[in-house]
Design a binder for this molecule. Structure first.
Ligand code: KG4
Ligand code: ZN
Length: 348
């Protein structure tokens, strides 16, 4: 008999619930939180309150869209971390109570692992080949930038990560400097399509190994814009397309310099991208370019499974469930990344 799994995601500012029949998505409901827009970033206290309001209707809608009754569920998967603690608490507490009321097991999922495992999601109407092991995954989100060697579903090694801002944070902070709304990544992506990426050049970070740094780029863009505004108060408005294209090109170059280095060093030519920033057009184009140039076998997730969503949580939960994993009632959420991943750097 087919197993049904519900996934619950509440780590940041999206409340999401999804139902999968094994690896096939039956529903994936995401309630975004508009409230943060006017603050130019996520306000944790407001996020927790919105999750509290959204969680029951979102779960209800996920079950309804999947056309199943809650009694048909086999397991409840939820994001345990990393993320905002108050936000996580809403999803974690709901998921545990829901599972206990239904007398079914619950499974905790690491949000960053779930971004990677989104590659194993199947859609009922379209087949997308999942990567075989081992593969490299560039996981880029609002809070993380990681190069991960994926040896198996739950055997992942982070070989490089950011030492300061994440790639998504760089997009968001630079967008804020330019007076653009939050989240800035998709806005810059859109403006960049009308601009020239060679218009402005920003310095590249010097970081060893496969690690990243993005705070220097943010600061140099800040000073550059501040200086230009002195002579021309309209500078941003006049140059928003070229500025966006140039900033985006810098971020892409920084990301791929290290990813190429990691592929050469590990000898792994199967390369995937994941996380919210992997929705970026220039990043997707670069992957296609490198598959031609370097012979990479590339894996690009569907848009709906890049930014935060519960389908990836349900997918990771299902994979854990069939390999015998169980959640523990006493396990509290965690805000930082390292609890599940082992972070060990290989020196290139
Ligand atoms: O994975 P995600 O939804 O949430 C976290 O786990 O952080 O990633 C959100 C990040 C934000 O920084 C957002 O600006 C960025 O993903 N993002 C993009 C694009 N779409 C979302 N960045 C660049 N280009 C995009 N098209
Ligand atoms: Zn995420």
């Amino acid at each position: 008999m087919s197993k049904y799994v519900i996934g619950i995601e509440s780590s940041c500012d999206d409340t999401s619930a999804a139902v999968l029949r094994e690896n096939i998505v039956l529903s994936n409901i995401i309630a975004g939180q508009e409230i943060h827009r006017s603050f130019g970033g996520v306000v944790p206290e407001l996020a927790s309150r919105a999750h509290q309001q959204n969680i029951v209707p979102v779960v209800h809608a996920a079950l309804q869209n999947a056309n199943i009754d809650k009694k048909q569920l086999s397991v409840v998967a939820y994001t345990r971390g990393p993320g905002l603690l108050g936000s996580l608490l809403v999803g974690v507490s709901f998921a545990k109570s829901f599972a206990q009321a239904l007398k079914i097991p619950f499974i905790e999922v690491d949000h960053m692992q779930a971004h990677v495992l989104a590659h194993f999601i199947a859609d009922a109407n379209e087949y997308q080949k999942p990567p075989s092991f081992p593969f490299l995954c560039l996981t880029v989100s609002g809070g993380h930038t990681q190069i991960v060697v994926v040896n198996d579903y739950f055997s992942m090694q982070i070989i490089g990560q950011t030492i300061d801002d994440a790639a998504g944070e760089a997009f968001d902070k630079i967008a804020k400097i330019m007076g653009l709304p939050y989240p800035g990544g998709p806005v810059i992506d859109n403006l960049a399509s009308f601009g020239n990426s060679n218009s402005f050049v920003f310095p590249k970070p010097q970081v060893s190994g496969f690690d990243y740094s993005f705070s220097g780029l943010k600061t140099s863009v800040l000073y550059f814009i501040r200086d230009r505004l002195k002579n021309d108060p309209e500078f941003i408005e006049k140059n928003k397309h070229d500025l966006s294209a140039s900033v985006q090109a810098s971020i892409v170059e920084i990301l791929f310099d290290k990813l190429i280095k990691a592929s050469l060093h590990t000898g792994i030519n199967r390369v995937a991208i994941a996380g919210g920033v992997s929705a970026n057009t220039a990043i997707r184009n670069k992957m296609v370019e490198l598959s031609d140039k370097l012979g990479w076998e590339i894996f690009i997730p569907k848009f709906q499974y890049t930014t935060d969503n519960a389908a990836m949580i349900a997918m990771a939960g299902y994979l854990k469930y069939i390999s015998g994993g169980v959640g523990l009632l006493g396990n509290a959420p965690y805000s930082r990344s390292s609890t599940i991943f082992g972070s060990q750097n290989l020196t290139p």
